[in-house]
Write a protein of this length. Structure first.
Length: 118
């Protein structure tokens, strides 16, 4: 099982970035997927989550209305579109597969750095 994130970088406040997470080694379409982030000196936090078929999503209050999670099950990829970025969105963003409910644990990607700064 592997998760590989792409798309991080440096962006000015108010700008946009689109993160991608390419999944392999499991049946992607069967499982919900999530994006987390970790800012310097802070704990990792859930940003957004999407159900297996993409019909339902969850967002942290801090990103609601600015970020959109989506997935393409034909491409085994989950996305995070981030608009109206703020300096407090800075951090390492991780893709996550959580299968603890069926005893298979949690898999993390390697993370991608997002820096929002002028």
């Amino acid at each position: 099982v592997q998760l590989v994130e792409f798309g991080g970088g440096l962006v000015q406040p108010g700008g946009s970035l689109r993160l991608s997470c390419a999944a392999s080694g499991f049946t992607f379409s069967r499982y919900p997927m999530s994006w987390y982030r970790q800012a310097p000196g802070k704990e990792r936090e859930l940003v957004a989550r999407i159900t297996s078929a993409g019909g339902s999503t969850y967002y942290a209050d801090s990103v609601k209305g600015r970020f959109t999670i989506s997935r393409d099950n034909a491409k085994n990829t989950v996305y995070l579109q981030m608009n109206s970025l703020k300096p407090e969105d800075t951090g390492v963003y991780y893709c996550c597969l959580d299968r603890r409910d069926i005893g298979l644990g949690v898999v993390w990607g390697q993370g991608t750095q997002v820096t929002v700064s002028s």
